[in-house]
Design a protein around this ligand. Structure first.
Ligand code: 26M
Length: 823
C-alpha cells in the first residue's frame, strides 16, 4: 500500500467516497441522507476523511514505536491550527475526488469547508508557528510529537461595538463535536499541586499531600503532505481525580461537593489571551505545570517502554521549549529522575541539560516571565527546592569563572532578589538547555547581546544560535491561494508536489518576471483574490470595497510595539492631504484601501483605544464624498487563521512596521510575500532576511535602525522636544484627532499622549520617513508592469521561508533525529 491508498485501498474512487459520506450521515450522525444541511455534510465529510487519517496515524505510530528512534517533542502552550478539513484533503491527495464526490451528492466543497470552526488554541505568532512546525515535521516524516493543552475555550471572539470598542465573547469551539481528535480516556496521568516536600538524603525528597488532578489525553492527527506519515499532537484535558465529595453531597452542601472538581476542571478551561506580555496569575502557573508534568510523565513512560538505560534518555528524547512557558519541565525532569528514578543529582542534571532546547520569541522586558517565589513555593514546593538547588550549583560555578563579580551573579541568578523574590524563567530555561535560539538573525543577535549577554560570556557563544522562522507553503500558498498555486505549477512545468516540498524551486519564476503574458496572468490572480476578499467583506460585514484600489493590509495582534498607531496616523495624514487638494489634483492620486485586523488583549487599554480610533476614523473618511473614492479604511473584526487565508492572498502591500529591534521575527510578513504582496516595513525581525532574499529594491524599508533606538529613547527622556517642533505634519494629525474631527477627541488623549510624551516606540522619530515610504509605494504602483514584476520576484525568492527548512534545521542541528519512512 502506498500513502495514497488509505483505508479504502487503491480504489479510493469517487463512488466509494460518496458511499462513505452517506454511510457516516446515516450511522455516525444518525440522520436521513435526504435531509442534510451544509453543517451536516461537513460533519459527514470530516468523519469520512478522518477514517483515512486514523488508518495512516495508526500505522505510523505502530511502526515508529517498534522502531524506537530518537523522538523530538515540541512543548507549546499554544497551537493555532485553524481549520483542518481542507488541509487534510490536500495532504491526503484526496481534494479533487472529494470535490467530485460532494458535487454528486448535491453539495459544494467550498461551502462545506466553510462550516468548520477554527481551532484557535493560540494568540498569534507563537501559536501559529507551532502549527506550521507540526505540518513540516509530518511532511518531512520526522518523529515529532506536539504536546499542549486542550482548552475548552480558545482565543476570545472579537466583536466591535457601535462606538468602536472591542468586546470579547467566549469561543466555545468544542460545542460542535470535533472529528479531528481521538479521546484517549485510557491515557491518564496524575498531577499533584500544593502539599509539602520533605527532603531526604542525597538531594532527594518526597512530595505528598495537596491536590491531585487527572490529565486525560486527546490525540490530534497531523497528516504530512503526500506521505502516509501522520504525526500526533497530544492535548491534555484536566479532570478531577475523584468525581465529587460524597460526604458534603450527602450533607446537602452541593457547592462544597463540587468545588474541588470544579477547580480541577478549571485548569484547562481557557487560553490566556495575552500576547507578548506576562501576567502572574496562579491559574496560569497551574496550566504550565499541569501540562509539563503530564507531558514529561508520558515521555518518560514511552522511553522506559524501550527498556533502555536511563542515562540514554537524551539519545532518545529531545524536547523543544516554545518560549519559557514550559520551563517547569526542567525542574520536573529533575524531580522524576532524582526522586522517582533514583538517579544521583549530578547524573540527572547531565541528562536534563542534554535533553532540552529553548526558543526565545521576544526581548521585550514586559514579556519575560517571572513568578513570585511565594506563589511557586505554595503551588510546587518540591520544584522550588529543586530550583534553589540548581541555582546554588550554577552560581557557584559562575563564581569560579568570574570570582568576586557580585553584580554578575545577581544578574545571572535564577532568583531575582527583593520582596518578594522572583523566579526568572528565561534564566532557568537557558541554564537547563543545550541550546538557546532566537527566531530571526537580528533577534538572535539581540538575544546574545542583551537578555542573554552574561550567559554568552559564561557558556560561550556557540550555545546561542539562530533558527529563522518559517511558514508552511501548503496552507499559506496552495490552500489559501489555489489560483496562484495553479499558475505557478503551470509555469514552472514541475509537479505541484515537488515545489511545495522544495520551495526554492519558486526561483524558476524569475525568468518569466518580464514576460507580458505571464505578468497578465499573475495580475489576474491578484485581482481575483481581491474580489474574493471584497465579496467576503460585503457578505460578512455589509461593506462595499473598491477592488480597483490598492489593497494595503496590516493584520496582527494590537500592540504598541507593532505600531498600528503609525499606520492610522499615516492614514489621517493622507486624508488631510487629500482634503487640501483640488478635485483635479485628486484625480491623479492612486486609490487606496487600508485594511486592519487584530485582537487586543482584554486588559490592554492603549491597544483597545487604538482599535476605537481606527474604527472611528474609518467612519468619517469612508463617508467623505470628497475623498472616499481615493481613500477608505476598514477594521475587520475577529481576525483568525481563516480570515488570514482570505486577506493575505488579496494584499498588494502589507505593513510590518514595528520599532526596530522589537519584533522578534514576524511570520505573516513571510505569508504576504509568498503570495506576491510587497512588504512595507522597518528594518526589523525577519523583514531583514526577506529583503536579503528578494532584494532591497523589491521592499519598501523606512525608519531608524536598531542601534539608533536606544539613543533616541534616551534623548526623548532627557531632552524632550515637542512634537510641534520635531514633526509638524504629525503634530497636525494629532491635533485634528484631539479637536474632535473623528468624534469626541478627549477619548483618545491617553493614546495620543503616549506619542506626545514618552513615545517609547518612536512614532515621532519614524513618521516622516514612513510618509516618504508610502509615497514611494504610490510611485511604484503607478508603474503597473514594474509593480507586477516586483510581485513575481518577491514570490520567487521566498524559498528560504518554508517551515520545512526551519524544521530540518532543528532536526539536524539540535534534536539529532532522522526521517522515518513508514512502509
Ligand atoms: C505569557 C504569559 C501569560 C499569558 C500569555 C503569555 C504569552 C502568550 C503568547 C506570551 C507571549 C506569547 O506569544 C508571543 C509571540 O507570539 N511572539 C511572537 O512569536 C513569533 C514566532 O516566533 C514571532 O514571529 C513574533 O515576532 C513574536 O512576537
Amino acid at each position: 500500500k502506498t500513502w495514497k491508498e488509505g483505508i479504502r485501498g487503491v480504489d479510493s474512487d469517487v463512488p466509494s467516497i460518496t458511499k462513505s459520506i452517506v454511510n457516516h450521515v446515516q450511522t455516525s450522525l444518525a440522520r436521513q441522507a435526504y435531509n442534510v444541511d451544509n453543517v451536516g455534510a461537513y460533519q459527514a465529510v470530516a468523519l469520512s476523511v478522518r477514517d483515512d487519517l486514523i488508518a495512516n496515524w495508526n500505522e505510523t505510530q505502530l511502526y515508529t514505536t517498534n522502531k524506537t528512534p530518537k523522538r523530538a517533542y515540541y512543548l507549546s502552550l499554544e497551537f493555532l491550527m485553524g481549520r483542518t478539513l481542507d488541509n487534510a484533503l490536500l495532504n491526503l491527495g484526496l481534494k479533487q475526488k472529494y470535490n467530485e464526490g460532494v458535487e454528486k451528492l448535491g453539495f459544494n466543497l467550498e461551502d462545506i469547508v466553510d462550516c468548520e470552526r477554527d481551532a484557535a488554541l493560540g494568540n498569534g505568532g507563537l501559536g501559529r508557528l507551532a502549527a506550521c512546525y507540526l505540518d513540516s515535521s509530518a511532511t518531512q516524516e520526522l518523529p515529532v510529537w506536539g504536546y499542549g493543552l486542550r482548552y475548552k475555550y480558545g482565543i476570545f471572539q472579537q466583536l466591535i461595538a457601535p462606538d468602536g470598542s472591542q468586546l470579547e465573547a467566549p469561543d466555545p469551539w468544542l460545542n460542535n463535536q470535533n472529528p479531528w481528535e481521538l479521546p484517549r480516556l485510557d491515557v491518564t496521568i496524575e498531577v499533584r499541586f500544593y502539599g509539602h516536600a520533605e527532603r531526604l538524603d542525597k538531594g532527594k525528597a518526597i512530595w505528598s499531600g495537596g491536590q491531585e488532578v487527572l490529565a486525560v489525553a486527546y490525540d490530534v492527527m497531523i497528516p504530512g503532505y503526500h506521505t502516509k506519515n501522520t504525526n500526533n499532537l497530544r492535548l491534555w484535558e484536566s479532570k478531577p481525580k475523584r468525581g465529587f465529595d460524597l460526604d458534603s453531597f450527602n450533607a446537602g452542601d452541593y457547592d462544597r461537593a463540587v468545588a474541588s472538581s470544579t477547580s480541577a476542571e478549571n485548569i484547562t478551561s481557557v487560553l490566556y489571551p495575552n500576547d507578548n506580555t506576562y501576567i502572574g496569575k496562579e491559574l496560569r502557573l497551574k496550566q504550565q505545570y499541569f501540562w509539563t508534568a503530564a507531558s514529561l510523565s508520558d515521555i518518560m513512560r514511552r522511553f522506559k517502554n524501550t527498556g533502555k538505560n536511563i542515562s540514554e534518555f537524551p539519545d532518545f528524547v529531545a524536547i523543544q521549549l516554545n518560549d519559557t512557558h514550559p520551563t517547569l519541565a526542567v525542574p520536573e525532569l529533575m524531580r522524576l529522575l532524582v526522586d522517582e528514578e533514583d538517579v544521583p543529582w549530578d547524573k540527572a542534571w547531565k541528562i536534563v541539560t542534554n535533553t532540552f532546547f529553548f526558543t526565545n520569541h521576544t526581548v521585550l522586558p514586559e514579556a519575560l516571565e517571572k513568578w513570585p517565589v511565594p506563589l511557586m513555593q505554595n503551588l510546587l514546593p518540591r520544584h522550588m527546592q529543586i530550583i534553589f538547588d540548581i541555582n546554588l550549583q550554577f552560581l557557584q560555578s559562575v563564581e569560579r569563572k568570574f570570582p568576586g563579580d557580585r553584580d554578575r551573579l545577581a544578574r545571572m541568578s535564577i532568583i531575582q532578589e527583593g520582596t518578594p523574590q522572583y523566579v526568572r524563567m528565561a534564566n532557568l530555561a537557558c541554564i537547563g538547555s543545550r541550546k538557546v535560539n532566537g527566531v530571526a538573525e537580528l533577534h538572535s543577535e539581540l538575544v546574545r547581546t542583551t537578555i542573554m549577554k552574561d550567559f554568552v560570556d559564561y557558556y560561550g557563544v556557540s550555545k546561542f544560535q539562530n533558527v529563522t522562522n518559517g511558514i508552511t507553503p501548503r496552507r499559506w500558498l496552495d490552500q489559501c491561494n489555489p489560483l496562484l498555486s495553479d499558475l505557478i505549477t503551470e509555469t514552472l512545468k514541475i509537479k505541484k508536489e515537488v515545489w511545495l516540498r522544495d520551495l526554492y524551486k519558486l526561483e524558476g519564476l524569475l525568468k518569466f518576471a518580464d514576460d507580458p503574458t505571464f505578468q497578465k496572468k499573475w495580475a489576474a490572480v491578484k485581482q481575483s483574490n481581491k474580489e474574493r476578499l471584497a465579496h467576503h467583506v460585503e457578505t460578512q460585514f455589509g461593506i462595499k470595497v473598491n477592488t480597483s484600489a490598492m489593497f494595503d493590509v496590516q493584520v496582527k495582534r494590537l500592540h504598541e510595539y507593532k505600531r498600528q498607531t503609525l499606520n492610522i496616523l499615516g492614514v489621517v495624514h493622507r486624508y488631510l492631504t487629500l482634503k487640501a487638494m483640488s478635485p483635479a489634483e485628486r484625480k491623479k492620486v492612486n486609490p487606496r484601501v487600508v485594511f486592519f485586523a487584530g485582537k487586543a488583549a482584554p486588559g490592554y487599554y492603549i491597544a483597545k483605544l487604538t482599535i476605537k480610533l481606527i474604527v472611528n476614523v474609518a467612519r468619517v473618511i469612508n463617508e467623505d464624498p470628497d475623498t472616499k473614492e481615493y481613500l477608505s479604511m476598514f477594521f475587520l473584526p475577529d481576525y483568525s487563521v481563516s480570515l488570514a487565508e482570505i486577506l493575505i492572498p488579496a494584499s498588494e502591500v502589507s505593513q510590518h512596521i514595528s520599532t526596530a529591534g522589537t519584533e522578534a521575527s514576524g511570520t505573516s510578513n513571510m505569508k504576504f510575500c509568498l503570495n506576491g504582496g510587497l512588504l512595507l516595513g522597518t528594518v526589523d525581525g525577519a523583514n531583514i532576511e526577506i529583503a536579503e532574499e528578494v532584494g532591497e529594491s523589491n521592499v519598501f524599508f523606512f525608519g531608524h535602525l536598531t542601534p539608533a533606538v536606544e539613543e533616541l529613547r534616551y534623548k526623548h527622556t532627557y531632552h524632550p522636544v515637542p512634537v510641534e517642533e520635531k514633526c509638524p505634519p504629525l503634530a497636525k494629525v494629532l491635533n485634528e484627532i484631539s479637536s474632535g474631527r473623528f468624534g469626541d477627541g478627549s477619548v483618545y488623549e491617553p493614546l495620543l499622549n503616549t506619542i506626545r510624551q514618552v513615545d517609547y516606540y518612536l512614532v515621532t522619530e519614524d513618521f516622516d520617513s514612513y510618509i516618504r515610504a508610502l509615497e514611494m509605494v504610490d510611485t511604484a504602483y503607478q508603474d503597473r508592469n514594474g509593480w507586477i514584476k516586483k510581485s513575481i520576484c518577491t514570490t520567487a525568492k521566498m524559498g528560504k521561508f518554508s517551515s520545512d527548512r526551519a524544521i530540518m534545521n532543528y532536526a539536524e542541528e539540535y534534536w539529532n533525529i532522522e526521517q522515518i519512512k513508514v512502509p
